[in-house]
Design a protein around this ligand. Structure first.
Ligand SMILES: NC(=O)c1ccc[n+]([C@@H]2O[C@H](COP(=O)([O-])OP(=O)(O)OC[C@H]3O[C@@H](n4cnc5c(N)ncnc54)[C@H](OP(=O)(O)O)[C@@H]3O)[C@@H](O)[C@H]2O)c1
Length: 241
């Protein structure tokens, strides 16, 4: 059955490839982007490939009016939202993120998008998700958000702004999952693992964007008997919070 899905931050990277995969399966997919030109160009690319079920949504997760406008547009056109994929994110990986010398502004910036933005997007769109018979919220996390994983001696990438904002988002995901459990709305977090994208300045050696996107698909298209309140890795294995 065709679903109505919104992917935030989908003009590039994993989000863009995820929209492509979902549209190839004939789902109605809103490609969310904060940059109108980049978003519309991404939609046109997919339309040119025959994927006509892709629609554009101008959404900046740090600007509540754009989230409300997106909600209104989806409500008018579809009447519900089956799946929200909170994929938009920033890493600030080009900026100092050492625990002993980071500027607080760097952490605030990361929190604004990765944490507050995700919460605002979720709360604003929740009434539409409640109209679905099988609502799903998928938060795109990272292994670097796992305190259990990061505390191990072998964990090397301690980007304080990125990791703490994503860890905070993980904590919110847990609370949200608990709160929505009785309504049957599934909330999970997933890490695609190291994927070569704009976020890490195209660092070599990662998964392709398509591979990163493929690892999210089972959690986007979750059926009503699926899990909730869990954190998964790219292989579908449960990952420690
Ligand atoms: N790449 C990895 O190794 C990796 C690993 C684990 C998790 N992830 C997660 O995967 C997700 C996608 O990242 P990616 O690797 O595909 O990088 P990406 O290509 O940089 O994608 C990030 C997207 O988020 C958008 N974005 C940033 N701030 C936004 C805002 N305020 N409102 C709306 N959209 C915003 C970006 O838009 P602009 O183009 O306008 O900047 C871009 O489209 C992120 O949540 C990231 O944390 C990535």
């Amino acid at each position: 059955m065709s679903k109505v899905i919104l992917v935030t931050g989908a003009n590039s990277g994993i989000g863009f490839e995820l929209v492509r995969i979902l549209a190839e399966q004939n789902h109605t997919v809103y490609l969310g982007a904060r940059n109108e030109a980049a978003g519309k160009e991404a939609v046109e690319t997919l339309h040119a490939d025959g994927l006509k079920t892709v629609k554009f949504a101008l959404i900046d997760v740090t600007k509540v009016s754009t989230i409300e406008d997106t909600k209104a547009a989806i409500e008018t056109a579809e009447g519900k939202l089956d799946v929200l994929v909170n994929n938009a994110g920033i890493s600030k990986m080009g900026v100092n993120q050492n625990a002993t010398s980071i500027e607080l502004e760097t952490i605030r910036d990361a929190m604004e998008t990765n944490f507050y933005g995700l919460i605002q997007t979720t709360i604003t769109l929740l009434p539409l998700i409640r109209k679905s018979s099988n609502g799903v919220i998928l938060n795109v996390s990272t292994d670097m958000a796992s305190n259990t994983y990061q505390a191990r001696p072998e964990a090397g990438l301690h980007f304080v702004a990125y990791n703490t904002s994503k860890a905070a988002m993980n904590s919110y995901s847990i609370a949200l999952g608990h709160e929505l459990k009785n309504e049957g709305i599934k909330v999970n977090a997933v890490t695609p693992g190291f994927t070569t994208t704009k976020l890490n300045h195209h660092a070599p050696g990662g998964k392709t964007m398509k591979e990163g996107a493929e690892s999210l698909v089972p959690w986007v298209l979750l059926d009503p008997s699926g899990p909730t309140g869990k954190f998964f890795d790219w292989d579908g294995k449960e990952f420690p919070w």
